[in-house]
Design a binder for this molecule. Structure first.
Ligand SMILES: [Zn+2]
Ligand SMILES: [Zn+2]
Length: 430
């Protein structure tokens, strides 16, 4: 989540390069932040704020925040109840103190936000990131208000006056409240630092959080079709607007936090005023409709869960199957290698046996031929001895011939055996 400072700086520079910037609004917002950052430490350096100053500042902060949540948002943008003229006038006046633009412009943007939430056309959608929805969107030069979206508001003379003379309302209401608190607390400089600068800072960011973190961090029990979330901490910071998932699901309900333990002072104030006749016709969505919506949201959640479980299981099985297949391929390669080795060994052994037999054939044939040659020589010697009639030599030659004949006979027999043996050798089959 943490983004390096350099990346943030690059993105900010990109934003200012790529967009048509309203330098007046940028100058005012950036400027008062800088003035506050200097003035507050300087003030505290000289002393502490008085209790009345802090109490009046807190009261103004509360009233102005309620003017946004009860007034700009739930009354004027969404028409979730009706208010008596005096309440409406007070909401317009203290809404002007917040310096968040006219009711017409604010409601126009907010109605677009609900209509196009998270998509193009949503002026402060989080689809462009946290900082865009929190503050950057205001720095872009805005298109003129589409009056058809705010016809109902323009019919009201007080609201129309605030829109057409916004600067007068804004400056007048701030001068009155700031100077008024300064005088009441007997500290004009403190009034400027606390009741104007610090109060403005807190109420601005309190409201901007609804557009930024109330669309990012929290639960979405009523609908997952938009990015709005429910978040108790944001409810504390935004005077009850933190149940934003409920609000985007049932924008026509004057409540945002619907349980008794939900922190929603805006709802309580509207309800209290209705008890003294200052507000009326409070619109609320019935419990059964809410339950039906919860079931639908749960159903979507469960189906989503089942889909993701099935998807994960299938992916797991596919992976396991692939691993087994890879393993089988490896085994097969191993077997093929071992088989090849065995075949090579058998081949070599077979060739060696054939070679040995071939040598035996050579040797045996030589032996037979040599023996026959010797016998021939012995026969010739016998004949020669007979011609000269040497008795002893004749006898010796006869004996030698007889011995050689026996030897040739034996060699022949061995040869015949070898011939039969070799001829019986057949090709080996697997
Ligand atoms: Zn929203
Ligand atoms: Zn709204």
């Amino acid at each position: 989540m943490a983004i390096p400072f350099r990346t943030m700086l690059r993105r900010a520079l990109d934003f200012f390069r790529k967009n048509d910037i309203d330098w007046g609004i940028f100058g005012f917002i950036a400027g008062y932040h800088v003035v506050l950052a200097i003035a507050l430490p300087v003030y505290l350096g000289f002393g502490s704020p008085s209790l009345p100053l802090l109490a009046w500042t807190l009261a103004l902060l509360t009233v102005t925040m309620l003017s946004i949540t009860m007034g700009y948002h739930r009354l004027f943008s969404h028409r979730t109840y009706e208010a008596a003229g005096i309440v409406e006038w007070l909401l317009v006046f203290f809404g002007s103190v917040t310096l968040q633009g006219s009711i017409v412009k604010w409601s126009h943007d907010h109605r677009l936000h609900h209509k196009h939430v998270d998509r193009d056309g949503d002026p402060y959608g989080t689809q462009l990131g946290f900082w865009h929805s929190h503050v950057l969107w205001m720095f872009k030069r805005q298109a003129p208000v589409n009056e058809s979206l705010v016809k109902d508001l323009l019919r009201d003379p007080v609201i129309r006056s605030q829109h057409e003379h916004y600067l007068a309302w804004a400056i007048g209401s701030n001068v009155i409240t700031t100077v008024g608190i300064g005088l009441l607390a007997g500290d004009l400089w403190g009034g400027f630092v606390f009741a104007f600068l610090l109060r403005l800072f807190l109420s601005h960011h309190g409201t901007w959080f609804i557009n930024s973190i109330a669309h990012i961090w929290g639960s979405r029990p009523y609908s997952t079709e938009h990015s709005a979330v429910n978040n108790f901490v944001i409810a504390l910071l935004t005077f009850g607007e933190g149940y934003h998932n409920y609000h985007h699901t049932f924008a026509g309900d004057y409540r945002n936090g619907i349980k008794w333990y939900h922190f929603d002072p805006s709802k309580h104030m509207i309800w209290l005023l209705s008890k003294v006749g200052l507000t009326r016709n409070l619109k609320r969505v019935g419990d059964l409709t809410i339950k039906k919506r919860l079931v639908a949201a749960d159903r979507a959640l469960l189906l989503d869960h089942l889909r993701s479980v099935a998807h994960e299981s299938l992916a797991g099985w596919r992976q396991a199957g692939q691993e087994r297949l890879d393993h089988a391929h490896e085994s097969l390669a191993g077997w093929r290698h071992a088989g090849q080795e065995r075949l090579d060994h058998a081949h070599e052994a077979y060739l060696a046996r054939i070679e040995a037999t071939r040598r035996r054939v050579e040797e045996a044939s030589h032996a037979v031929v040599a023996r026959i040659a010797e016998l021939k020589e012995a026969v010739d010697a016998y004949r020669a001895a007979r011609r000269v009639a040497r008795r002893e030599e004749v006898t010796a030659a006869k004996a030698r011939i007889a011995a050689l004949r026996a030897e040739v006979q034996a060699e022949w027999k061995a040869w015949q055996q070898l011939v039969n043996e070799v001829l019986s050798v057949r090709p080996v089959s697997a």
